[in-house]
Design a protein around this ligand. Structure first.
Ligand SMILES: [Zn+2]
Ligand SMILES: [Zn+2]
Length: 276
């Protein structure tokens, strides 16, 4: 069976948080590399995209980058992705329907327009393609590779993904907020029987009430959803920048005790599917 490999380059939400207190889990924002055989898939372009780009030095990059949404913590890595400055790079950026009448190209033209970024999109030497789709569509970017998509509960909307390749499934579900006491059918569908469910676990259940409405969920809800969906593993992801290594160690212990399939995402964590 062909290889499916998942590597985490940025596991934070909201803000980068480098420093000695976060050195083990990492301080970069959302970016996950998935290798499907020869194919390179990237989820989100947070600050973790920069070290991923550095690791790709010398490799002819032909990649598909799927964005959950365009909040800054998921897009600000793009101008620091070195392959963007290599003429032979082919990079296809995908996003589910953003604001009405706003294309993905326009979002990046704004983000990288003067005076926010000197030089703008014209600095890029690579061939970039911006591909807007309607959230809910099933995407077939390459033979043998399917991405199912579904809407998440988040300000300005976000798109959840379910990547299927060689008989395996990885669900990438961030940023999303749950409704207390209910299980989100869209999330359950994306995570159904998945080998790995990567989920927005910004808060603990205790921290959640004062943060209700901000568009994020808890690791406890992640466990409920993973169990109900029959997912084999839950990767606790999109850590609150306020959660230092000591807090994340405690969350790891509690989550593993709550459900043996729980693992915590850390920068550099590499998983080869199927997990044993
Ligand atoms: Zn986020
Ligand atoms: Zn967001």
């Amino acid at each position: 069976m062909a290889d499916l490999l998942v590597r985490f380059w940025g596991v934070r939400g909201s803000a980068v948080c480098p420093g000695p207190a976060t050195v083990r889990y990492g301080g970069n924002t959302a970016c996950v590399e998935v290798r499907c055989g020869e194919r390179l898939i990237i989820f989100d372009a947070g600050s973790g995209l920069r070290p991923l780009g550095n690791a790709l030095a010398g490799e002819l990059v032909d990649a598909d980058l799927f964005l959950t949404h365009c909040h800054l913590d998921h897009v600000w890595g793009l101008p620091f992705f070195e392959p963007c400055y290599v003429p032979d790079t082919r990079l296809r950026l995908w996003a589910g329907n953003l604001l009405p009448d706003l294309t993905l190209y326009e979002v990046f033209a704004r983000l990288l327009g003067e005076p926010l970024f000197p030089g703008g999109l014209d600095l890029f030497k690579a061939r970039l393609e911006f591909r807007d789709f309607v959230c809910g569509q099933t995407l077939h970017p390459h033979p043998g590779l399917t991405l199912r998509t579904g809407p998440l509960n988040h300000p300005n909307q976000a798109t959840g993904y379910r990547l299927e390749y060689a008989g395996h499934a990885v669900a990438y579900i961030t940023d999303t907020e749950h409704v207390a006491g209910a299980l989100d059918d869209n999330v359950l569908a994306l995570a159904h029987g998945a080998d790995l469910m990567i989920y927005d676990c910004t808060y603990t259940e205790e921290e959640y009430p004062p943060n209700a409405g901000r568009g994020h969920s808890t690791w406890q809800q992640g466990v409920r959803l993973a169990e109900a969906a029959g997912a084999k593993r839950l990767a606790i992801f999109h850590h609150d920048p306020a959660h230092d290594d000591a807090v994340l160690d405690r969350i790891t212990r509690e989550a593993e005790a709550a459900w043996p399939g729980a693992i915590i995402a850390a920068e550099g964590l590499t998983l080869r599917l199927p997990l044993r």
